[in-house]
Design a protein around this ligand. Structure first.
Ligand code: ADP
Ligand code: MG
Length: 307
């Protein structure tokens, strides 16, 4: 028998699936042999509206990168629904850009060639040749936009870490993706250039309002950057047997207060209280929330399957 609340949840999910940029519903993903699979994602529900900047955190190995690979189309879920603008996510395409922790850069190519390369390769050969000049100009435009004018002719090793990271962002932006997936992109930066790069990302996002999923293990970064914070975790309890091998679920999905483009907020009491809260809820293996007590208060949050 289906309860009314369950029915409501499904109707809500179905409404969200039509308007979302990214819609993940009842998604399971495991790795390993079929006889002994390791369940990583355990019934994940997450719906992201166009223009949200979602920061995703969770204990190491909880499946953050796996979730990004599913959204990118590099991996397929075992089951469940994965939609991009209401269509099955399918294979990777130009609508989805990924920014890695630095170095998707080819060491032997100049900065401008690195930025132009992806665009060139996405075109058929004849067009690649016909549009050579135009692509170069676009790459130039992106680099200028990102304050990398003087780096154009340099090789990656001649740049600072922060600059290389911006080149990696330019590589992604030149494809005009609607979705940008970032997997711990600033992890290798020193604190100073990391902070600059955070502001830079916020400025870009203000300008283009692309939909972003930003994975980080730095809680300060997560609370600072996001409009929404999602915690994925394998540490929770439910009514299954204690020895059940649980995969990760979204255990918290909350709206973050919007902040000015300044790092001053990082010293405010509210900001630090939020970080403490996230650490307590999401990162203490002993502190296991029951599924009933997950905080899924973000307006786009939903949950369909009964517990
Ligand atoms: P996170 O990014 O949160 O640290 P991952 O998504 O990288 O976690 O990995 C989640 C779990 O899935 C880990 O236990 C990891 O070992 C496993 N895993 C990830 N990718 C593969 C793969 N291609 N084959 C087998 N196991 C994998
Ligand atoms: Mg990872």
């Amino acid at each position: 028998m289906i309860h009314t609340s369950e029915l409501e949840a499904h109707e809500r999910a179905s409404a969200l699936s039509r308007t979302s940029m990214i819609h993940i519903q009842d998604v399971y993903k495991s790795y390993g042999p079929r006889s002994k699979p390791k369940l990583v994602l355990d019934n994940v529900d997450l719906s992201i509206a166009p223009g949200e900047l979602v920061t995703l955190v969770g204990p190491s190995g909880c499946g953050k990168s796996t979730l990004l690979k599913l959204v990118l189309g590099q991996e397929l879920p075992d089951s469940g629904k994965l939609l991009i603008e209401a269509n099955p996510a399918g294979l990777a395409d130009k609508r989805r850009g990924i920014v890695f922790q630095q170095y998707s850069l080819y060491p032997h190519l100049s900065v401008i060639d690195n930025v132009a390369l992806g665009k060139r390769l996405s075109l058929p050969l004849w067009q690649r040749i016909a549009e050579r000049k135009q692509i170069r100009e676009e790459a130039m435009f992106q680099l200028r936009n990102l304050g990398l004018e003087e780096a154009i002719g340099k090789l990656p090793h001649e740049l600072s870490g922060g600059m290389r990271q911006r080149v990696a962002v330019a590589q992604s932006l030149i494809m005009s993706p609607k979705i940008i997936l970032m997997d711990e992109p600033f992890g290798a930066l020193d604190p100073g250039s990391r902070e600059h790069t955070q502001i830079f990302l916020l400025e870009l996002w203000e300008k283009y309002k692309m939909t972003v999923i930003f994975v980080t293990h730095d809680l300060e970064e997560a609370v600072f950057l996001g409009t929404r914070l999602v915690i994925l975790s394998q540490y929770y309890s439910d009514d299954r047997d204690d020895d059940c091998r649980r995969g990760s679920r979204v255990i918290q999905d909350i709206a973050l207060s919007s902040r000015a483009l300044s790092t001053e907020v990082k010293s405010s009491p509210e900001f630090n209280a939020m970080i403490d809260h996230v650490r307590e809820i999401g990162f203490k293996p002993k502190h296991r929330l029951h599924v009933k007590d997950f905080n899924l208060s973000h307006p786009n949050s939903f949950r369909t399957l009964p517990e």
